[in-house]
Design a protein around this ligand. Structure first.
Ligand SMILES: [Zn+2]
Length: 364
């Protein structure tokens, strides 16, 4: 679920982003030069300090190299084609006892446990959306009726406890369900983000982080969105969440952009604390030569699963997404198949997210 209205200064930002990449390169060379336009992600001096450490640079480079597009692709096809054609509570494969979403949960939990994580489940009652065929094809979800069936959806959590600042949490999340009102594999929306978070959990499984790194797999193609429960419970516990990265439809873009070989990531934020994270995404892309066309966008109001956290008071929340406004031609239709995912682009976004997480983790 996404599709935001276009924001006005998109073209201006494109040009400015290119300028800022050059500028960031210069800044990295001369350390702290004169202040740049803060909205374009001038590296914070505390990030530069992290990158000045040879040990930190080596750790970041080694973990970036460990991101494995082949593994991501295998997991993507598992979740969005074979054996699971969908991930929804209102579809169970013939002869199976669990819904395809609960089977996906078991698969994700099994992967995480194989890497040494303890997986926790948070139950949330939800309904499937109804389908309104009078609406445009990509927006046919409509509210369920009270008499429609209720299901139990689960938020899945895994985390790596920090060794010196365990109370400070970096949260990485993705919605794992496919569209409940239509038979779509939901490969770009959002099996690809799901395997992106899974990949981060895999490469960070043995990494001794200073802060706690928490992974959340939620649901937002059923209603209500389970990220709302996750965010409200985090608020009730007074969790000290220093950053939220939502991976949703990473690498997904228009057919023309895909054909042209564009490798893009947009980091959308709402609050100033989120803008700072968008600046960090831009800075690590430049600093570690990750090769993304990286752009920051201010969204007019909180949205998607990162928005659930913004609304709960966690302003340092962003989404990484492949296009803005979202322009996948197979959005919310049966053609959203894994063969059409740009896994190399998604892997680049995962590398940039990883570099951002590690920089935040080491910053003090
Ligand atoms: Zn969606």
């Amino acid at each position: 679920m996404k599709r935001q209205t276009p924001t006005a200064p998109v073209l201006r930002r494109c040009t400015k982003a290119a300028v800022s990449i050059l500028l960031l390169t210069c800044l990295a060379l001369v350390s702290r030069a004169s202040p740049a336009d803060p909205e374009e992600g001038q590296p914070d001096p505390i990030w530069i300090k992290v990158w000045e450490s040879a040990q930190s640079r080596a750790d970041i480079a080694r973990l970036i190299d460990a991101i494995n597009p082949r593994r991501m692709s295998d997991q993507l096809f598992y979740l969005a084609k074979d054996p699971l054609p969908f991930r929804k509570l209102n579809y169970t494969l013939p002869g199976h006892t669990k819904s395809t979403l609960h089977e996906a949960d078991d698969y994700l939990a099994g992967r995480l446990e194989s890497w040494g994580y303890l997986v926790q489940r948070e139950a949330v009652p939800v309904q499937a959306y109804r389908r309104d065929t009078t609406k445009p094809l990509q927006h046919q979800y409509s509210q369920p009726m009270p008499e429609d069936p209720w299901y139990t959806a689960y938020n899945l959590y895994a985390e790596r406890k920090g060794r010196s600042r365990a109370n400070e949490i970096v949260l990485v999340l993705a919605h794992k369900d496919s569209q409940s009102w239509v038979d779509s594999p939901g490969a770009n929306d959002n099996a690809i983000g799901t395997v992106g978070v899974l990949e981060l959990a895999c490469v960070l499984a043995e990494h001794p982080s200073e802060r706690t790194i928490r992974f959340l797999f939620c649901n937002e193609e059923h209603t209500p969105w389970t990220s709302v429960t996750a965010a409200q419970n985090a608020k009730a516990r007074r969790d000290h969440i220093v950053a939220v990265f939502n991976l949703d439809s990473i690498g997904a873009k228009s057919a023309a952009e895909t054909a042209a070989g564009r490798k893009a990531n947009i980091t959308a934020y709402t609050e100033p604390a989120g803008e700072r994270l968008a600046g960090l995404m831009s800075a690590v892309n430049a600093r570690f030569a990750l090769g993304l066309e990286q752009r920051a966008v201010k969204r007019p109001s909180p949205g998607d699963d990162d928005g659930s956290f913004v609304r709960a008071g966690f302003g340092a929340a962003v989404v990484n997404i492949g296009s803005w406004p979202y322009s996948d031609p197979n959005y919310h239709v049966a053609g959203d198949v894994p063969e059409r995912c740009d896994v190399p682009n998604a892997a680049m976004t995962v590398r940039a997210t990883l570099a951002a997480i590690l920089t935040l983790d080491q910053a003090h």
